[in-house]
Design a protein around this ligand. Structure first.
Ligand SMILES: *Cc1c(COP(=O)(O)O)cnc(C)c1O
Length: 428
């Protein structure tokens, strides 16, 4: 008998043929509520720990213990070399030149620093354009920047709204708004992949249209980096920021990334909040009173980098570097496509996927809107050792991550989802 796409054996076959299957073993898998291995579909919130992290941290601890301050310079793992390597790997990950990227601070802090330099409102051009379901922290940061410049978020913040009854945005609607209001927009600031709907935006196109109207264009890539293919340099994006604890698996609260296009690398005239690590490397340790920033993104650094906190990121980036984003994305498209197929095939109309079905408009996450009893369905998933997340008022977000999730986990997840959803629909 021929194998059907809905058979368990079909999922097992996909895993056998998966060129990335060995990477699952490189991560620690948490236990679910019943102390069994869980189905971890929450890498969009906090990525799993690479097993190599422990060694990377121990190496830093050892060189600190044995070399003290000399650890900056000594040995293969010297702390100065640490960040060099990271720049190269980070640049590859986001499609940039090493001079355009830096790892520093945390995400919201970087967003503020970028707005200090790139949000320069005037009475005519003072607005910031965002998407309607902007991540709350971004919204707080953006509103506070508007107020800091003496403007009012009521009139200076413009939100892209979806059409009636829809959950995602159309590129042509984004274009039309920029065309209409572009001259008053100082900054377009969107998520590369929206955290709620899972929709990814056409960043190249939005950047081009924004630039035509004289707007600065930045992206928050918290849900995009390590998830979709990025070409920030070629797309001419002005700046971007991201965290490293979601798809990049660098651990809770780990450091954040920042991209600044190389057309700004010598723009020392831009206002920036300075600190000694942004200082030109030749002058950094002269400790003179004049601040002359190093060219490129590193010129926005403030403090010396926390090496212990970078260790897990470096461990994780080694794995990304080995696989490459093309291979990861190829698996991701298949894995999420399979999840979408099974949900649509098995589940009734209590469940609907709000993430676009076009693979070019999403990463690995699917957001499932639950019409009735969503919260209790989510609790049932948890009780069945599934780790995913719940967003008010009615969305379950699931993210099968190509680096450590399998097709069989997708299959098993949908079995649980269907069973629990059927029960809920029947008894309510
Ligand atoms: C996760 C996330 C954040 C979190 O910000 P932190 O500064 O790292 O706490 C902010 N914005 C977006 C879009 C996110 O997805």
């Amino acid at each position: 008998m021929e194998t059907q796409k809905t058979d368990k054996s079909y999922a097992i076959g996909l895993d056998v043929a998966d060129p990335l299957k060995k990477y699952k073993q490189k991560f620690h898998l948490p236990k679910g509520i019943s102390e069994q291995d869980c189905i971890y579909f929450c890498g969009n919130s906090l990525g799993l720990q690479p097993k190599s992290v422990q060694l990377y941290i121990e190496l830093v601890l050892t060189s600190w213990a044995t070399s003290g301050v000399e650890g900056h310079f000594k040995g293969k793992h010297s702390w100065l070399r640490y960040t060099e390597k990271l720049s190269e790997q980070t640049a590859r990950l986001v499609g940039a030149d090493p001079i355009e990227v830096v790892v520093m601070n945390t995400l919201t802090v970087n967003l503020h620093l970028m707005m200090v330099s790139f949000y320069r409102p005037t009475p005519i051009r003072h607005k910031i354009l965002i998407e309607y379901s902007t991540f709350p922290s971004d919204l707080y940061a953006i509103k506070s920047q508007i107020k800091f410049h003496g403007f009012d978020p009521e009139t200076s913040l413009v939100k892209l709204m979806p059409r009636q009854g829809e959950s995602t945005l159309l590129t042509k609607d984004i274009e039309a708004l920029i065309d209409r209001e572009g001259e008053s927009i100082a900054l377009i600031l969107l998520g590369g992949v929206n955290y709620y709907s899972g929709q990814s935006f056409d960043m190249e196109r939005i950047t081009r249209i924004g630039h035509k109207k004289g707007c600065t264009v930045g992206f928050d890539l918290a849900h995009a980096v390590g998830n979709i293919i990025l070409n920030l340099h070629d797309w001419n994006v002005d700046f971007a920021v991201w965290c490293t604890y979601k798809y990049l698996n660098a651990g809770p609260g780990s450091l954040a990334g920042c991209f600044i296009h190389d057309c700004f690398k010598e723009r020392y005239d831009l206002p920036r909040f300075a600190g000694w690590w942004g200082q030109n490397i030749q002058n950094r340790f002269l400790m003179g009173p004049e601040f002359k920033p190093v060219s490129g993104a590193e010129g926005w650094q403030i403090s010396n980098p926390p090496i212990l906190a970078i260790a897990p990121l470096l461990a994780s980036m080694e794995i990304f570097n080995e696989i490459g984003m093309e291979a990861l994305r190829a698996k991701s498209v298949k894995l999420t496509g399979y999840l979408e197929f099974l949900i649509n095939n098995y589940c009734d109309d209590n469940l609907s996927i709000i993430t676009p079905s076009d693979e070019n408009q999403r990463g690995c996450q699917l957001s499932i809107n639950v019409k009735k009893n969503g919260k209790s369905l989510f609790e049932k998933l948890t009780a069945n050792d599934v780790i995913c997340d719940w967003r008010e008022p009615s969305v379950i977000r699931v993210a099968p991550v190509p680096i450590y999730n399998s097709y069989l986990e997708v299959y098993n997840f949908v079995q649980i989802l269907k069973r629990e959803n059927d029960k809920i629909s029947k008894y309510s």
